[in-house]
Design a protein around this ligand. Structure first.
Ligand code: SAM
Length: 472
């Protein structure tokens, strides 16, 4: 039975409810009156239910689809302005005891080199990331209680936060590790993590069990209820995601929104972020063997409909996607992107030899962080290295109320400009510096409060003179 308030996976992601939503959407995909009503509701910018959003996703009327794209773009601008938050993944270990059939780190893969960074190696990776200009990381690890126990993850987080190389610092560590216990989530919270990210991979239970035939990840309920345990362990910011290509995208779309509704219903706060990865080629993985791959057009539609359905939720796209694809979805709702990423263990310090590749998947966007920052600014986006919210205690519903109070332009916008200035001073190439300084000058004018504007001008001057880490 469907119950968003239930703590049981099979009740808050009821298979019947997902299927009925998909069917309802299919029936109404050309129902102009209903689509108009849903779009009208969406214009209030309070989000949509999974059923309503599913209708928009299925809609086949070109004129209405253009309205959907335009609305997604407008909502993106209203909530996030032109800021794009930057981050990079850091792979700690690819030891893994699971059998995920889409991931080259699965236990049966005997030829991929297994690596686990020592604290000394982590230090070197972090220095390399700091020297690129990164301030925000997402740490990644396979699931292996012997090689990657929670103590190893906690020690690594401590190491990462402790490194101050030149003007560098990692100010927010997001964590993408396997589902764990409330007790361990509490330990992660106490270690000062930002978002806890866990991709559901697929919400379809039967498919999930087939794709995770062995290992602890096989347990659908334990995996699906992980965000509840994270919230119970005191982590306010959680990040959802599905791996598109594993199941029918319409199924995943309704289900991920039901997951968001469940978190909102039980904990009063929805997911902090949603990620939209697609399966990529990897060591012994051929994405063409998966039948549910989606086209770039459908991918763009998913991003637009998610943007409309959950306007307060950040949306993440990684370097799995090409420059062209990323450019398209930035307009439609994506608010965070990675740059200069390596998906191998130890890949930032030195590239791995051809016959020793430990990568999790092929990266499509291979540009450097500087190239990505430059590219964003030339499209009039502000690359933001801001990590202020969680450091100021604005997590969970406190972050959401900042969004809702429309104070973003007096808070996030100046923080983005100040952290961009730090990047420009410390890491940018000549051209990026020039483009960046012009952008900052122009964007200062968009700060509504004169008082805030004066403070920002003063701080930008201080940053130029060597001071760091200002924030509102
Ligand atoms: N092992 C952890 C877990 O089970 O959640 C940590 C995350 S893993 C390093 C990060 C994510 O990469 C996975 O959740 C999965 O969605 C994604 N992934 C795995 N194989 C992939 C592939 N071949 N292409 C694209 N993404 C992949």
């Amino acid at each position: 039975m469907y119950n968003p308030k239930s703590l049981k996976a099979e009740e808050f992601i009821s298979n019947d409810e997902v299927l009925e939503s998909v069917e309802y959407a299919e029936k109404n995909k050309n129902n102009v009156e209903l689509i108009d009503n849903i779009l009208e509701k969406a214009r209030e910018r309070k989000g949509l239910s999974h059923r309503e959003a599913a209708v928009l996703l299925s809609c086949e009327i070109e004129e209405k689809n253009n309205e959907i794209y335009a609305l997604a773009e407008q909502i993106k601008k209203d909530f996030y302005g032109n800021r794009i938050v930057m981050f990079a993944p850091l792979y700690l270990s690819n030891y893994c005891v699971n059998g995920c059939v889409y991931c080259p780190y699965h236990l049966k893969n005997k030829h991929i080199p297994r690596k686990k960074l020592t604290q000394e190696e982590i230090k070197k990776e972090v220095i390399a990331l700091q020297d690129m200009g990164h301030k925000r990381l997402a740490i990644e690890a396979g699931e292996d209680p012997v090689n990657n126990p929670i103590e190893y993850i906690l020690e690594s987080i401590k190491t990462i936060y402790s490194i101050k190389h030149k003007n560098g610092a990692i100010r927010r560590v997001n964590v993408n590790i396997a589902a764990t216990t409330v007790e361990n989530y509490r330990k992660l919270r106490d270690a000062g993590i930002g978002t806890y990210i866990l991709f559901q991979e697929t919400y379809h239970k039967e498919t999930y069990e087939k794709l995770h035939p062995t290992g602890p990840k096989h347990d659908y309920a334990y995996h699906t209820e992980a965000m509840d345990r994270a919230m119970q362990g005191g982590i306010d910011d959680v990040g959802l995601g599905v791996l598109f290509g594993l199941e029918m995208y319409k199924y995943e779309f309704s289900a991920i929104l039901m997951h968001a509704e469940h978190l909102e219903a039980v904990y009063g706060v929805g997911p902090h972020t949603i990620s939209v990865p697609r399966i990529k080629r990897a060591d012994d993985i051929d994405p063409d063997e998966f039948e549910n791959g989606i086209s770039d057009d459908i991918f763009a539609k998913i991003v637009a409909c998610l943007r409309i359905a959950v306007p307060y939720t950040g949306m993440i796209i990684s370097t799995r996607e090409s420059q062209k694809c990323r450019e398209r979805v930035l307009h439609l709702g994506v608010s965070q992107i990675s740059g200069g990423s390596r998906t191998s263990v130890g890949g930032y310090v030195e590239p791995e030899p051809e016959d020793e590749k430990s990568e999790q998947f092929d990266v499509s966007d291979k540009r450097t962080l500087d190239e990505i920052v430059n590219w964003l600014m030339k499209m009039d986006y502000i690359p933001s290295f801001c990590t202020a919210c969680y450091r100021e205690g604005r997590t969970g519903d406190r972050f959401m109320s900042l969004c809702k109070s429309q104070q973003i332009l007096n808070c996030c916008h100046p923080n983005a400009l100040m952290t961009l200035k730090e990047y420009i001073e410390d890491y940018a190439s000549e051209d990026t510096k020039k483009v960046g300084d012009e952008l900052i000058k122009k964007e200062i004018e968009n700060i509504p409060s004169q008082k805030v504007k004066d403070i920002v001008l003063e701080r930008l001057e201080k940053i130029k003179n060597g001071e760091r880490d200002f924030r509102f």
